[in-house]
Design a protein around this ligand. Structure first.
Ligand SMILES: Cc1ncc(COP(=O)(O)O)c(C=O)c1O
Length: 357
């Protein structure tokens, strides 16, 4: 067989934007203390697992599930006190981040800050939308004048995480309101993946027809393995987002497990209360660190600036503690991010960290 030479190589049917995009940056590493993905340190409660498994055993698996997770949306609606027609449920809020970029379309813009959760920028690059990332202020405040000026040009999607990922900061709601008012031609996405740990939410902004809020079962609900997230918006916007998603994409498994959680949500409150106390304990313990700077956080993680993120990551791993490097993000030179785990996991992290300079 003749070798294929450059001159006869076929043009790829895959768009150049896809070929040149980097895949989502994640390398799985095994470690006894896993604090790298902002998961809950606790598994889904065994009694609720048993309840869900029993219900799954009683349900027919040969039939398709409801087309748009209708009964799960009704259960969520009761829990959230939000119209079920204004809810979209899917397999992780990641999927909604991509869907919202698609809603705005190929000719639209994606606007966010830097650093930001990497999927916002990845979605923009894959869709070949015009991407604008405005650096946060040095104290991680939102760059309001620059964002306002960008919102004055064109239309598209503005992504903001509250609490911010990965800084853990919460921004002034009055400033957010100012942005929303200037974003008449934009969809404003407020990503509340960590809302339970912040204990304030942004549902008041949902009165604006162009605002949507994203939430997930992956963090406080202890269901990272399930892959389930949802969007809250006015019904008119939610129905457009629903169209972008594949029909029947929320499985029987998702519906049964999440319904068991929503019927018994007390465990979430208990665990969040503990995580908030633990977050303060980690912060207090590391505030006195000789060379590291720990940032205050409203989420279930802390951002920490070290002199060398690669070294800190490696040395912590040698002590059995896995954290996430953040030093490739703009303005986060030397930074690592550590999740709040169980008290024993946090103690292991604090002990290891205190040994390092
Ligand atoms: C800010 C932010 N948004 C969204 C997600 C994704 O959530 P999900 O697991 O629902 O896809 C994450 C996950 O780490 C996140 O940090």
């Amino acid at each position: 067989m003749k070798p294929v030479t450059a001159s006869v190589r076929k043009k790829s049917a895959v768009r150049e934007a896809i070929l040149s995009a980097a895949a989502y940056p994640f390398t799985p590493i095994d470690a006894p203390v896993k604090l790298d993905q902002n998961e809950s340190g606790y598994d889904f409660p065994p009694s609720l697992k048993a309840l869900a498994l029993e219900r799954l055993g009683e349900t027919a698996w040969n039939r398709y599930p409801e087309m748009n997770a209708d009964s799960l949306r009704v259960a969520l609606s009761r829990y959230l006190h939000w119209d079920a027609r204004g809810l979209v449920v899917t397999t992780g809020s990641n999927v909604l981040i991509h869907a919202l970029a698609q809603i705005a379309g190929l000719g639209a813009r994606v606007l966010t800050v830097a650093p930001a959760f990497s999927l916002y920028t990845l979605s923009a690059k894959l869709l070949e939308t015009e991407l604008t990332q405005i650096p946060l202020e040095p104290d991680f405040a939102l760059p309001i004048p620059a964002l306002l000026s960008e919102l004055g040009r064109g239309s598209g999607v503005l992504y903001l995480a509250e609490p911010h990922a990965p800084t853990g900061a919460l921004h002034d709601p009055a400033k957010l309101e100012e942005l929303i008012r200037a974003a008449q031609n934009w969809i404003v996405v407020i990503d509340e993946a960590y809302v339970e740990y912040a204990q304030i939410d942004h549902t008041a902004f949902l009165e604006h027809e162009n605002v949507c809020i994203l939430r997930t079962f992956s963090k406080a609900w202890g269901l990272g393995g399930l892959r389930l997230g949802y969007l809250m918006a006015q019904p008119a916007l939610a129905s457009q987002v629903q169209k972008i998603l594949a029909p029947f994409n929320v499985s029987l498994l998702h519906t049964v497990i999440a319904s068991a959680a929503l019927e018994n949500p007390a465990y979430v409150t208990e665990r969040v209360n503990e995580a908030i106390l633990e977050r303060d304990r980690v912060y207090t313990a590391l505030r006195e660190h000789p060379t590291w700077h720990i940032y205050p956080s409203h989420a279930n993680y802390h951002l920490i600036r070290t002199s060398d993120a690669a070294l800190a990551h490696r040395q912590l791993l040698e002590c059995g503690v896995l954290v996430r490097r953040q030093d490739s993000l703009l303005g986060l030179e030397g930074c690592i991010r550590v999740s709040i785990g169980t008290p024993a996991e946090n103690t292991a992290f604090i002990s290891a960290a205190k040994e390092l300079v």
